[in-house]
Each structure stands twice: as C-alpha cells, then as structure tokens.
Design a protein around this ligand. Structure first.
Ligand SMILES: *Cc1c(COP(=O)(O)O)cnc(C)c1O
Length: 405
C-alpha cells in the first residue's frame, strides 16, 4: 500500500534567500535599525504593504505580537472588553489578556464562521474592540461584521494569520478592518519559522505600534510613509507619541526578513495550488455520505493550506473510531474538540477570566476535522489522502450500517 505523504514537511526556502543571508552573516548586520536605510526588515515592510494595498506595514516577532501591539495601539482602558470568535487559536485570547483587556467569546457555526446573531447580541455588551480571527482561513461575513461595528464605532482588528492571499469581494483579507495581522510561523503560507506583520492605513495607530515594537529614540525615522505621500501625517504621529509609550521590543530580525522576502513572489502560486488542491479533495470528501466540507461564503476567494470537514451522522464513539481508522491509513486527522488540551478548544483557555459556555461552537468542535493540505501536494498524493479519509468513514460506518440491518 502506498502511504499518504507527510503533510508536515515544509517547502524549501527559495534559493535566492541564500545570497542575502550570506551577506548578512558576513557583515553581522542583523538588527533592523543598524543600517541607515533599506534594511531587509524595512524593505519587507514596504513590499508587504504594497502587495496588500495598505499604506503602512510593521514587521514583528509573531502574529501574536502583532495582535498585542494592535490592541495597545488602540489605547483602550485597562479591562476593556474585546469580542472574538470562540473558534480560534489560544494565542488570540492570550494577546487580549497580555494587553490587560478582557476577552469575550462569541459563537461560531457549523461552517466555522462567526454566528452573526450571537455576535450582534454580544457586541452591545460593553465591547470596546473586536478581533475577527479568520480561523484556518475561513472568512466570516465581513460585510455584516463591518456594518455592525461601524454603526457602533467599534474598531475591528483582523487576525489574518492564516489568510494571506484570501480575498473578500476581491479585497485582501487583513485590509478590511483598521489593522490586519499576519503570521510567518512555519505552518502558514509564508514560512520563516517565526515572525509576523501588521498592516494599517491609520498613521496614528501604526506610529504607536512602531514605537511600542521597539523603535526607541529616533529609530522611527527609518519608518517612511509610502512613496508619493507628502501629507507628513506619519511624522506628526511619531512626534505626538515620542517618549510617551512603553517599549515592548517585539522586532523582527534582518535574517527573518531575508527568508521571507523571496517568498512573497511565491504567494500567488501557493494560493492558486492550495485552492485547487483544497477544492479537489473537497469534492471527493463530499461524495461520502459521512463527510461534509462546508461551502465558503460567496464573496470569499480562499487560499487554503489545510482542509476542514464535518463528520455527519456519527456518534462520539464513531468519531473517535474514524480518527483511529484515518490514522491507521496514514492520514492524521485532528478532531478539534476530541483531543486532550487542544489549543483551539475554548474550554482549554482557562486563563480567560470570564468563563463562557458556547454550546454551538462546542458541538461543532466535537465533529469538525482538520487535515493539513500544503500547496506542494500532487494529484496522486491528494487522491491518497482523500481515499484514506473516505475509506476510514466506510471502515466505521459501513460496518455500523451492516450491524443495523
Ligand atoms: C498561527 C495563528 C496565530 C498565531 O500566530 P503566531 O505567529 O504563531 O503568533 C494566530 N491566529 C491564527 C488564526 C493562527 O492560525
């Protein structure tokens, strides 16, 4: 039997990164603020902002750092309440706690998207800011979310850690809210091991974030407004905040930027292949009566590097048996809510001060499956993965059916 591929292997870093890394190692110039201008981190920020269509970008040590700085940039009072979806990674409510704010969770539906009725109800419960976490790249209804938040003048931060290359009505995810945050951790579309970046069109917010990220003294002078912007807005914002803000030192190293920059050109290919792979496997899974891949919302064009699907008509014992059967066939399936200490199950976020129960989200997490599907996979490998998953469902449910008759 041919075993399915290892989906945890990363793509090689483009060879062109080597020369730049060598140059940096030769010169020892690893700190972003040593060179007078054009440090790799500065160039990455300009290129990333241009790629997304944003005015400003700030590269930092992780997406979690970007989320934390975004919240600090909003200048909210201590213990202000921040609404976020109950289906996300533990780092997201953690960033809220780190910023001395209180996470409030809202329900997420069977299609992994925010339940808008619950979202609206909780939005009126003294909420000061919203983080929309596009978990596993799934985009919630951003039209409705922005309308609800704008009507109440509540700022929206997009956690686009896993959404680079996703669009909504043709617009890049991460540029719809006031600030968008992305990750360069190894399991994301661009892999630098660790790293993150935030984008915004708001000079005041970005100036605050730049200073707090560790642009001490006058290092902010190395952060420029985009070409052709002569408003002086950014410089005025830096002058306004000089010496008034704490320094958290969450900067990115030049070495990381040298690994990230050559991957920017790979984004369109990774998005195209990732989407084609996802849709190919989704069709095969949907042909099984027990596996169901939820539809995306119409305005979204997705950029997946994994696939999520729901187990339908399986009881809890059968769900665990399916997971074992898929494992035995060489495909590692994570059912979000079924493993011990899963960082994506809200009941494990015991550091959140206000305990909340989210029955819909909990139910979804008990039957929602997660399988990595990196863009580099070939059709034969996709066939092996899809075949193993549908056969695993047969192993469990085919037998269950036979017993029943
Ligand atoms: C990976 C991820 C994060 C955290 O990113 P880091 O760069 O590892 O801090 C946050 N949110 C989502 C949705 C993620 O997938």
């Amino acid at each position: 039997m041919t075993l399915p591929p290892n989906v945890y292997d990363a793509e090689p870093i483009p060879a062109s990164a080597r020369e730049e890394i060598d140059r940096l190692l030769q010169s020892g110039d690893l700190f972003r603020y040593t060179a007078a201008e054009n440090a790799p981190v500065t160039l990455l920020e300009a290129e990333f902002a241009a790629m997304l269509g944003s005015k400003y970008a700030l590269a930092v040590s992780s997406c979690s750092a970007a989320l934390f700085l975004s919240l600090k940039a909003l200048d909210l009072p201590r213990d202000a309440r921040v609404l976020l979806p109950g289906f996300t990674f533990a780092a997201v409510p953690s960033s809220v706690v780190h910023a001395d704010l209180v996470p409030v969770l809202c329900e997420v539906g069977d299609n992994y998207r925010i339940d808008l009725v619950d979202f609206e109800a909780r939005l009126d419960d003294n909420i000061s800011a919203v983080i929309i976490s596009h978990m596993r790249g799934h985009t919630s209804d951003m039209d409705a979310i922005m309308a609800l938040c704008e009507a109440r003048d509540i700022p929206v931060i997009e956690d686009a850690a896993h959404s680079l290359g996703t669009t909504w009505h043709g617009r890049n995810i991460g540029t719809i809210g006031k600030i968008g945050c992305f990750s360069f951790q190894s399991y994301k579309l661009i892999n630098a091991g660790e790293g993150g970046i935030m984008v915004s069109d708001d000079a005041n917010l970005i100036a605050r974030a730049v200073i707090m990220s560790g642009a001490y003294e006058h290092n902010w002078k190395k952060h420029k407004a985009p070409e052709g912007d002569n408003t002086g807005e950014l410089e005025a914002a830096f002058a306004r905040w000089q010496n008034l803000l704490p320094l958290y030192n969450l900067r990115l190293s030049n070495l990381s930027a040298a690994i990230i920059r050559p991957q920017l050109a790979e984004v369109p290919r990774r998005v195209r292949d990732g989407r084609a792979n996802h849709d190919y496997v989704a069709d095969k899974l949907n042909a099984s009566p027990w596996l169901q891949v939820p539809e995306k919302l119409a305005p979204e064009a997705r950029a997946p590097d994994s696939i999520q699907f729901n187990l339908e008509g399986l009881d809890n014992t059968q769900i665990l048996a399916f997971q074992d059967a898929a494992n035995a066939r060489g495909v590692k399936v994570q059912v979000f809510g079924q493993s011990t200490d899963n960082a994506r199950a809200f009941w494990n976020w015991q550091f959140v001060p206000e305990k909340q129960e989210l029955p819909k989200t909990r139910a979804m997490l008990m039957f929602a499956c997660d399988v990595r599907l990196p863009a580099r996979l070939k059709t034969e490998e996709l066939d092996l993965i899809a075949g193993a998953l549908t056969a695993a469902a047969e192993d469990v449910m085919g037998a269950a059916k036979a017993y029943g008759t």
